[in-house]
Design a protein. Structure first.
Length: 115
């Protein structure tokens, strides 16, 4: 299984980015896909996930939108109204729909939001 995250970069506060995560080696539609992030010096935290429904951390609710394209085995994270505190390495992860755990992780993509 491989998860390849992309789309990170440097953006000014208030700007937008869209992250993508392409999955291979798994039956994509059977997996819950999640996004997590880890800021410098902080623990990794949950951002959002999507299965048959979506769920967001309070810190990103209303600004970020998760979506998936099962035909392309890809999950997206549209990030709007970015804030400096959104600066982090963003990781995508895959977990079986029958489990609460995430068994597979991507390599991460860096998002830097300047003030």
């Amino acid at each position: 299984v491989q998860l390849q995250a992309s789309g990170g970069g440097l953006v000014q506060a208030g700007g937008s980015l869209r992250l993508s995560c392409a999955a291979s080696g798994l039956t994509f539609s059977n997996y819950r896909m999640g996004w997590f992030r880890q800021a410098p010096g902080k623990e990794r935290e949950f951002v959002s996930h999507i299965s048959s429904s979506t769920y967001y951390a309070d810190s990103v609710k209303g600004r970020f939108t998760i979506s998936r394209d099962n035909a392309k085995n890809t999950v997206y994270l549209q990030m709007n109204s970015l804030k400096p505190e959104d600066t982090a390495v963003y990781y995508c992860a895959a977990g079986r729909s029958t489990s609460v755990r995430y068994g597979y992780w991507g390599q991460g993509t860096l998002v830097t939001v300047s003030s």
